[in-house]
Design a protein around this ligand. Structure first.
Ligand SMILES: Nc1nc2c(ncn2[C@@H]2O[C@H](COP(=O)(O)OP(=O)(O)O)[C@@H](O)[C@H]2O)c(=O)[nH]1
Ligand SMILES: [Mg+2]
Length: 319
């Protein structure tokens, strides 16, 4: 690994914003937990109500079941004496689910650029995430190049180009309608020639159900591997958290088609309930590299399971 480390004060501010912005500051779990057990007593009814809360928070049916079963076992062992014990039990199981996908992206130095292929549906935040990542990597001391592989619309190429111009990051682009695989292939050569560390490749948004477009992505991946058999070094799916269970379906389909190596989950500041990350971790298991909680560059940070669970369960007095 090469490059520099994160500044701690940046992370502090992010955690504060994460707490404030997930589910608009009202933590679904804590707010309702105390209400679930009016006399402070935890029983099967409490867990049943919690179950519906989890489903409503986008956790998904299977993952909810896993969580509730874990708590039922604790209840049977008389380990859930009060709301605090329930909260602690919940905290533990959520951490257990999320910890395995906390695997930060590490940039290796291959013989040539470290190639990151960005994929996802329209509007998920691919291009924005590329901008944020480019700035982040540049601040860490890497040289960065962008490939305008979203050749579907002229505006998409211009969006990337404008971002590159503003930030002094070179962009390799062709005309709208060009073959995305060819654009990215050329960009790999350009990056190699200029000894660039990291190449971020944009692609056009597509629905997981559009077979032709999914095949096109598989072709892009093959062409990249032909130029460098170790590449792409990261195939990152960008998911809009406010899409709820549909985001889970997207993750499954993109993973099947391409073999994802990482995820960035955006828009956790919107209408998202945050629970989608639990479903993704439990069902898909692909590392969550970054989470986004706003449009600014500093609103995207590496995923931390502990911080995320704390934010989900944060009650007023903790923040
Ligand atoms: N609120 C919020 N908006 C975001 C976030 N990430 C991206 N966006 C917005 O989502 C919209 C679509 O983003 P874009 O990168 O163009 O999506 P693409 O079609 O996947 O390339 C833009 O208006 C972004 O500013 C986020 O974490 N929070
Ligand atoms: Mg885009």
């Amino acid at each position: 690994m090469f490059g520099k480390k994160e500044k701690p004060e940046k992370k502090e501010g992010f955690i504060k914003r994460l707490r404030a912005r997930i589910n608009k500051g009202d933590s679904w779990l804590t707010y309702d937990l105390a209400n679930l057990a009016p006399g402070g007593k935890i029983d099967e009814d409490t867990l049943e109500e919690l179950e519906s809360l989890l489903v409503m928070a986008d956790v998904g049916v299977d993952t909810t079941e896993r969580i509730i079963q874990d708590l039922q076992k604790k209840l049977a062992r008389k380990e859930l004496k009060d709301v605090e014990a329930l909260q602690q039990g919940l905290r533990n199981i959520l951490r257990e689910i999320l910890a395995p996908v906390e695997k930060p992206l590490t940039i290796e130095k291959p013989d040539g650029p470290f190639v990151i292929l960005m994929v996802g549906v329209n509007g998920a935040g691919k291009t924005t995430t590329i901008g944020k990542l480019a700035r982040r990597f540049r601040d860490q001391g890497y040289s960065v190049m962008l490939a305008a592989g979203d050749t579907f619309r002229a505006a998409a190429v211009e969006q990337l180009q404008a971002w590159g111009d503003r930030n002094g990051v070179p962009v390799i682009a062709q005309h709208a309608g060009a073959d995305p695989a060819a654009v990215i292939f050329d960009a790999m050569d350009a990056a190699r020639a200029r000894d660039v560390d990291i190449l971020l490749a944009d692609t056009a948004g597509r629905l997981q159900s559009q077979t032709g477009l999914m095949d096109e992505l598989a072709k892009v991946k093959r062409v990249i591997s032909r130029r460098d058999e170790t590449a792409p070094h990261e195939i990152m799916l960008v998911l809009d958290a406010s899409q709820g269970q549909n985001a889970l379906v997207q993750a499954e389909k993109f993973h099947e088609a391409l073999g994802l190596t990482g995820l960035t989950v955006t828009k956790l500041d919107g209408s998202a309930k945050g629970g989608i990350l639990l479903g993704i971790a439990d069902r898909i298991g692909v590392p969550v590299r970054f989470i986004g909680i706003g449009e600014a560059a500093e609103d995207m940070q590496p995923f931390s399971a502990e911080d995320f669970v704390d934010a989900l369960l944060a009650s007023g007095h903790q923040s």
